[in-house]
Design a protein around this ligand. Structure first.
Ligand SMILES: [Zn+2]
Ligand SMILES: [Zn+2]
Length: 203
């Protein structure tokens, strides 16, 4: 394959990507058409959307397909549409100490500016962060992710004083608060193990 044809492939692949349109029927896609381009006009949107894939961290996340309550306001501003409001849902994960399931009520503030096509400042340093309105539609999914993920606990615990698991045998200490292992002096350990073998012979 010549350099030229390889390059053409890349170009056509990129062009194909660009033609993927937002699906107006997707719940996390909002239509801004009604707002017109009149700064100051406003619309409220309240709806339930399904949580997308991977809405979370390694230890905790909102399970895919569960309900997210979206309560936002769309405001027409000079450069585009400002979306602000809240997103609520329930995240699930594991207690980092005892591995029990834990849930966390997500109540995240969302604020995102979607700019009209071509309005993005070319010299803006974080150009990747700029979200554009496409065919009057905006896709809230990345904004939902940005809002929700930082609110999730880094180290979820089932309760503040969860004693966790026994480091010796993995027993749940909450079930057995008096649980302990006698730490034997290594000089006696050999003797103790002799006794153990003797005791356990029948079992
Ligand atoms: Zn726990
Ligand atoms: Zn133990």
């Amino acid at each position: 394959m010549t350099y030229r044809s390889a390059r053409q492939c890349r170009v056509s692949a990129a062009a194909k990507e660009c033609t993927i349109r937002l699906d107006p029927r997707s719940p996390s896609v909002l239509d801004t058409h009604e707002l017109g381009r009149r700064p100051g006009s406003m619309r409220k949107v309240k709806r339930t959307v399904e949580a997308p894939d991977d809405l979370g961290t390694g230890v905790m996340g909102v399970p895919r397909g569960t309900d997210l309550e979206l309560d936002v306001r769309l405001e027409s501003v000079l450069e585009g549409v400002l979306v602000s409001g809240t997103v609520r849902g329930v995240a699930a994960g594991e207690c980092v100490r005892c591995l029990d399931g834990v849930t966390f009520d997500v109540d995240a503030d969302l604020q995102e500016l979607f700019v009209y096509p071509g309005r993005a400042q070319q010299d803006d340093e974080d150009e990747d962060e700029i979200r554009e309105i496409e065919d009057d539609l905006i896709n809230l999914e990345p904004a939902i992710r940005d809002a929700v993920v930082p609110t999730l606990p880094f180290q979820p615990v089932c309760r503040e004083d969860c004693p966790g698991l026994c480091s010796e045998c993995g027993a749940r200490l909450a079930d057995d608060p008096t649980h302990r292992h006698d730490v034997a002096d290594p000089r006696w350990a050999a003797l103790a193990s002799l006794n153990d073998t003797h005791d356990e012979k029948e079992s």
